[in-house]
Design a protein around this ligand. Sequence first.
Ligand code: NAP
Length: 312
Amino acid sequence: MRAAQISEYGDPSVLQINEVETPVPKPGQVLVEVYAASLNPFDTTVRSGRLKDAIPLQFPATLGGDIAGIVSGLGDGVNSFNIGDKVYGQASIVAGNSGAFAEFAATSEKQIAKAPSDLDFQQIASLPLVGVSALQATMEHINLHSGQKIFIHGGAGGIGTIAIQIAKHLGAFVATTAKDAGADLVKTLGADEIINYETHDFAQILNGFDAVFDTVGGDDFNKSLTILKKGGIAVSMITQPDEAKARELEVTALHQATKVNTEKLDKLTKLVEDGVIVTQVNKVFPLDNIKEAFKARESGATPGKVVIAIKT
Ligand SMILES: NC(=O)c1ccc[n+]([C@@H]2O[C@H](COP(=O)([O-])OP(=O)(O)OC[C@H]3O[C@@H](n4cnc5c(N)ncnc54)[C@H](OP(=O)(O)O)[C@@H]3O)[C@@H](O)[C@H]2O)c1
């Protein structure tokens, strides 16, 4: 089978399409024929070597996490899936699986779920990590309710676009940061207040918010605590909270580690099938053009998601 692999860390030029053995599912894993996959910032982190001390890769290594495809094999002990099931989820090597950017992926049955109906594979592949991240933050950590005000920092990104849709569905007022094409996109998703982060400082404009969901990181996360009401909550995908500042302001601040598992994917499926979430695929590249796909995602000029079409 063909797989997008690296044999050294670096920029997108280190990616190569190699002919490799089809993986054999281990006990508890399923073999998925991958129809589409999608890119996340974590794939760039892995490729660049930023995790090489914490999680050293064995080269050649197949990159990628998010997959959508059809179950074509079952490891010992798998009883939740059958051959032929249309599934989605994650297959990252960092979690002990075989990697997503390949014609087949062996992955834990606990990291996949039956795919939402009525979507094509490219739409489905755009969802797992960003969709679970957005629902875990808004519905589980924040427990967002109708009439509340949430600031979503980075609203035009993979996670932000899904979070805005969930927040509007829950009846919240949504303020968000975006610029250029991203600002147009967040408007169509229903954002109530859009702040261009290049020309305006959100902390000077917003106050009295119930919740912050930060998908950008850096100093902005702890700065965003000041826009919360007492008792408010802020969740960051990236930055560790300044606990002392949170205590002083009488707010809750936490860092989220997203857990993509069958239970959360099933919740995501329901939101998609109920029409709450519309997928936000911006660009699609064939596997052969994986370098261009990474460049497009890393350009900062591609709101929403970049998808890899593998079987068409
Ligand atoms: N902790 C976890 O388990 C976990 C899981 C998933 C993701 N993450 C992290 O979560 C973050 C977001 O992921 P994603 O998939 O949504 O990424 P993404 O698609 O790249 O979106 C990031 C967004 O941030 C915006 N942005 C960049 N700089 C900004 C600034 N200074 N002010 C305001 N907005 C800014 C970008 O907008 P422009 O294009 O307009 O610049 C983009 O829309 C990434 O850092 C990722 O690594 C963490």
